[in-house]
Design a protein around this ligand. Structure first.
Ligand SMILES: Nc1ncnc2c1ncn2[C@@H]1O[C@H](COP(=O)(O)OP(=O)(O)OP(=O)(O)O)[C@@H](O)[C@H]1O
Length: 912
């Protein structure tokens, strides 16, 4: 045959008994074919080089249609498809071109044309996908029944169904099994199974022609209409997907709508090349099924839950017009599969003859089912590994059970390959590792990751878009991101399996801890307070090592506002509540643990931490010095340089955290926690007394004190921790005679301070117009996580100050200075807020009674000073004097109890 391109064609005739041969001869030379096998499986074809020949032979009413293509591409000689011959020795002598033979009716010239643009490998039962994933008997039965029911239901309100599930959930197995079952249940179905990276199945070039081709061959009444379309317009096979859908499928199907519904199954949409093409496919289908006269078709599209596909469905189909079908976990199905397969392996392997059945034990089976997370990929990987005829199944199973064994890699190789492919194709790899690390080690939500890593809102969602097939990433940012399979977390944690994606290394964990510690060392933010306890548990799980010592300075600078925020330890308490209920005998012990949160574990962890060697400190000092030299040109030392120079050795950090634990135990005495052990003191500084009054009588939390008392956290810590027992030999020398009435004067000073504060807030906020100027309002806003805005909280913060002032005044000795100062409280603040106004009137009146020359005048004068007195008196907030007094006595008693518990002198008590 000449190498020149030539073509000859003999037109077929319809006359019976007449033979027609149609030849198409193309130039070029075919490559050598592979070895043929008797079972029809051919070897690999060679590079096409020769001419191509295409000839139709009509015999009787049949036409034999052969195409011989020579081209310059690698052509697989086998495995064979139906009616195709690959690697035939005869064709090998033609330098191995691939030959398709189709036997069909002579009249189907349109279908012949279509045939040239078909990916036969993509259809159900194709040899190309051997062995096809399919459902093990009696698994996925309910899902399959539901799907069949939906397809067969002619009254169903929806005609497209999105079947989604994580990687390896078993979607393809369900689709393949469904494709087999539908004809058995009297329905017709056509399929396209995408396969990532495959020459024909990996893209959508032949999707609609392949579907149309199967419709023409499988559905008798569609054969002619489809044939005609292509015959009249052969160029259709090269037109857009939308046109092909419309002309090749929708229109022919509508040509006679009375013939019943046909199912179109498209599997692995996410495996089709190009996100835009995947979205386009959904779009093309949506146009077809939402048209005024939709074709009698039911579409099932299966894919991983990739966000762009989800969005495509959501945007193309109004709510309720498509059906969502989640391939959920099924532990029961996986169990059935595993136990049947182990029975088979036991039966088929010679080496198992002496192994008693049942094998493996119930325990082992249970563990494997658990490990699978109810999805098939893990189970089928294990079965493939154990079922290797070159090994003893018992040994292989032992490798699976003991993941530290040397062959683990091969045991989970398929699974690891799957995870590697998914991770490698995810965008923004550099940001991926820290985020995965946070998910694996700290179980965070997307919102929390944004916050802790200082990312823009929604950024984590974007980074994880490529990983929805392995991770469940809730849309709302508020729920935890979880792995679909437990095996994915195991994979990520094991650096031998996950390589560069591994998050289990100490280095990675330290980097994660650093990021979060930086967040907690920064100024207080209202979110994520409760999380601190969990985070401390993570830190203390890190093994002490030189590397971990680097965390010490950051641990030393955690903002105490987080540590002492009630949510931090109350959250802990809540999480223990169920346990408390069950063990009434030990509530106190449990409470104590809960109240001090995770501080003791942090302290003992710090104690175990190896100190950085002198060398390390010197090295860092050198670095700092070099850096300061370098930054001199910019006009001075960088603050971070200072920080590095004073790199805290853990001993200092530990002392700080020990103080925190002590402070917290004082703060939580109110809940019935154990009395903190204190050193014996008979004299207290006025500052310490004010702190104790604030805690026990005003019932302020420790976290409020820096703002309320205008102290820094260090001042608060130093003052309060003067009560802490000191190491032996360091006992304080204590004065024997306490200063007279120290407590009332401390209360007086505090009252004066708070009156000035209430006035100052009023001025600073421009009478409440700009509430953020009040530190008290901001503090309360941070505490009341349910508060909606600062305006609302400002008013509350002012009247709380008012109430505190009223108690402090009542505790004070008679004092004209204080009386005068009371008149400075802006009426607008006090009297417009009934509770505090009322308390002020009540307690100040009581205080005035203690004046040696009080008489009623002063009291009446004070009471009459209240503006709009009558309105105020009838207000529902009116304080019942009895209740008010009881409340007062409770508070005084609370304070006095604390004096006892802390072993302070009785002279510090108040009279109620
Ligand atoms: N019901 C089942 N019975 C037996 N084996 C199953 C079943 N479902 C799935 N498998 C096996 O589990 C593995 C993964 O299944 P399959 O390929 O169907 O998952 P998939 O959800 O389509 O995964 P991907 O998203 O990666 O394409 C395959 O080896 C398959 O044969």
């Amino acid at each position: 045959m000449s190498a020149d391109r030539r073509q000859s064609r003999v037109a077929p005739t319809r006359a019976s008994g007449r033979q027609t041969m149609v030849n198409h001869i193309g130039g070029g030379r075919g490559g050598s074919g592979g070895d043929g096998h008797t079972n029809g499986t051919g070897g690999a074809g060679g590079h096409g080089m020769g001419p191509s020949l295409s000839f139709d032979i009509s015999v009787g009413h049949l036409t034999m249609h052969n195409n011989v293509h020579g081209n310059d591409e690698y052509v697989p000689g086998g495995p064979n498809r139906q009616n195709a011959i690959g690697g035939d020795p005869l064709h090998d002598s033609h330098s191995g071109p691939l030959i398709h033979q189709n036997i069909h009716q002579y009249r189907d010239r349109g279908i012949d044309t279509l045939h040239r643009s078909v990916a036969l490998e993509a259809i159900h039962d194709s040899m190309d996908s051997f062995p096809q994933p399919k459902c093990h008997p009696e698994t996925r039965t309910k899902m399959l029944r539901d799907l069949r029911g939906w397809v067969l239901d002619t009254d169903s309100p929806t005609n497209i169904l999105w079947l989604y599930g994580p990687a390896g959930a078993g979607k393809s197995a369900i689709m393949q099994t469904l494709a087999t079952q539908l004809p058995e249940h009297g329905s017709l179905g056509v399929c396209f199974f995408f396969k990532r990276g495959h020459a024909t199945r990996g893209n959508a070039r032949t999707l609609f022609t392949t579907l149309a081709y199967q419709l023409a061959l499988n559905v008798e009444w569609l054969r002619d209409p489809i044939n005609q379309v292509v015959e009249q317009k052969p160029s259709i096979i090269a037109q857009s997907m939308a046109t092909q859908m419309q002309e090749l499928i929708s229109k022919p199907c509508r040509s006679d709508g009375t013939r019943g519904t046909v199912a179109i199954l498209i599997d692995g949409l996410d495996e089709c090349e190009g996100h835009d093409i995947q979205v386009e496919i959904v779009s093309v289908i949506s146009i077809a099924v939402s048209s005024r006269y939709p074709p009698p078709l039911k579409f099932i599209v299966a894919s991983r839950p990739e966000p762009h596909i989800r969005e495509a469905f959501n945007s193309r189909f109004p709510l309720g017009t498509y059906r969502l079908f989640n391939v959920e976990q099924s532990f029961e199905d996986v169990r059935k599969y595993l136990s049947d397969e182990f029975v088979r392996i036991h039966r088929e392997h010679d080496t198992m003859a002496r192994v008693p059945s049942p094998w493996p034990s119930e325990d082992v089976l249970k563990k494997l089912v658990q490990k699978s997370s109810g999805y098939f990929i893990y189970a089928s990987t294990i079965i493939k590994f154990v079922d290797d005829k070159s090994y003893r199944p018992t040994e292989r199973l032992a490798v699976v059970e003991n993941p530290k064994g040397s062959c683990t890699e091969s045991a989970l190789a398929t699974l690891d390959q799957l995870y590697m492919t998914i991770l490698s194709s995810a965008p923004r790899q550099s940001q991926l590792i820290p985020i995965l690390s946070a998910i694996v080690h700290l179980h965070l939500t997307a919102g929390e990751i944004d916050l802790f890593f200082a990312l823009e809102h929604g950024e984590t969602q974007l980074v994880l878009r490529g990983l929805h097939s392995v991770l469940n990433v809730p849309q709302d940012n508020k729920d935890k991101i979880l792995s679909h399979h437990a095996s994915f977390v195991d994979f990520l944690k094991d650096p031998d399996r996950s390589g560069n994606f591994g998050v289990g290394t100490l280095k990675n964990q330290i980097a994660l801890a650093q990021s979060l510690l930086q967040f907690y060392a920064a100024p207080f933010q209202r979110n994520e307070i409760q999380f601190l306890s969990r985070f401390i548990r993570f830190i203390v799980s890190l093994p002490p090592s030189d590397a971990v010592v680097e965390l010490a300075p950051l641990i030393g600078s955690v903002n105490p506002e987080y540590i002492f925020h009630p949510e931090t330890y109350l959250y802990n308490r809540k999480s223990m509540a169920p346990w408390l209920e069950k063990s009434p005998s030990a509530p106190l012990r449990c409470d104590q643990r809960a109240y001090v949160g995770e501080l003791p574990s942090m302290i003992s962890w710090l104690k175990n931490m190896r100190s950085p060697s002198a060398d390390v400190i010197e090295l860092w000092k050198d670095y700092a010095f070099m850096l300061s030299m370098d930054t001199m040109r910019y006009g001075g030392a960088d603050p971070s340089v200072q920080q590095m120079v004073s790199l805290s050795p853990p001993a200092d950090v530990m002392a700080v955290w020990e103080d925190y634990a002590f402070m917290l135990s004082i703060d939580t005495m109110r809940y019935g926690g154990a009395d903190p052990s204190v050193q014996h003191m008979v004299s207290l500084s006025p500052e310490l007394l004010q702190i104790l009054i604030s805690i026990a009588l005003l019932r302020c939390r420790l976290s409020e004190l820096p703002t309320k008392l205008d102290l820094t956290w260090t001042e608060l810590r130093t003052t309060l921790c003067s009560l802490r027992p000191k190491p032996a030999g360091n006992e304080r020398i204590l004065p024997v005679h306490p200063p007279h009435a120290a407590s009332p004067w401390a209360a007086r000073d505090l009252a004066l301070q708070l009156i000035r504060k209430i006035v100052q807030n009023h001025i600073d906020t421009n009478e409440g117009v700009n509430p953020s100027a009040s530190r008290d309002a901001v503090l309360l806003y941070n505490r009341l996580l349910t508060a909606a805005n600062l305006e609302e909280v400002y008013i509350i913060s002012q009247y709380l100050l008012g109430i505190h002032i009223s108690y402090l005044v009542r505790l004070s000795p008679p004092c004209p200075v204080l009386y005068r100062e009371l008149w400075h409280i802006p009426p607008l603040v006090m009297w417009s807020s009934p509770p505090s106004g009322h308390e002020l009137i009540h307690h100040v009146s009581k205080w005035l009674e203690s004046f040696p020359d009080s008489g009623m005048e002063l009291i009446t004068f004070w009471q009459q000073a209240v503006p709009d007195h009558d309105r105020y008196r009838i207000n529902t907030w009116n304080l019942d004097p009895d209740v008010g007094e009881r409340n007062w006595r409770d508070r005084v008693e609370n304070y006095n109890n604390m004096v006892v518990k802390l072993h302070l002198p009785d002279s510090l008590k108040f009279l109620s």
